[in-house]
Design a protein around this ligand. Structure first.
Ligand SMILES: Nc1ncnc2c1ncn2[C@@H]1O[C@H](COP(=O)(O)OP(=O)(O)O)[C@@H](O)[C@H]1O
Ligand SMILES: [Mg+2]
Length: 152
């Protein structure tokens, strides 16, 4: 069941979106699965970069995994958990079952992980119940609305 707290943020810059990302993952104590919804250019990958940076990755390390569907990043031992960050972009996936070929079940079983999923709609039927959902809306060149729905 979604919790009562459903924050909405308004960002006026990339820097602000990154700040909001760091605030969100701390508010929800590093949720294991974060679904990122929104049109192209709405800020999903910028958000993923900020999460990576929060866990000690360099800014440039997180890049859009559109053509390979996901990237795996081992996290430096700055914080106790997580140890692994998986960053999915399922924009080009045609059917939900195709994620099994990518080892999605095994990744879900792994401990000490955080999974970010851009374009998760196509795998809606197989997403674990426990997750954080974040909706990005493009308002204008610089502004984005970021809405959070926790199912934790
Ligand atoms: N407030 C903002 N938050 C996030 N991105 C912004 C913002 N204002 C402008 N942008 C630009 O929007 C684009 C967002 O790109 P990206 O995160 O790759 O989108 P997505 O992954 O949703 O397709 C970037 O080019 C970024 O510079
Ligand atoms: Mg993206």
């Amino acid at each position: 069941m979604p919790q009562k707290q459903r924050p909405v943020y308004f960002s006026k810059s990339v820097a602000q979106t990154k700040k909001i990302a760091k605030e969100i993952i701390q508010t929800f104590s590093y949720p294991e699965i974060i679904c990122l919804y929104g049109d192209l250019g709405s800020g999903k990958t910028i958000f993923a970069k900020a999460v990576g940076q929060f866990f000690g990755l360099e800014e440039k390390t997180i890049k859009s995994p559109t053509y390979v569907f996901y990237h795996t990043h081992q996290l430096p031992p700055l914080k106790k958990t997580p140890r692994w960050l998986y960053h999915f972009d399922l924009y080009r996936l045609n059917h939900a079952h195709e994620v099994e070929g990518l080892g999605f079940s095994e990744i879900l079983q792994q401990k000490n992980k955080i999974i970010l999923i851009e374009w998760p709609q196509i795998i809606a039927s197989i997403l674990p119940e426990k997750r954080l959902e974040i909706y990005f809306t493009y308002l204008n060149d610089q502004e984005r609305k970021i809405e959070v729905t926790p199912f934790l």
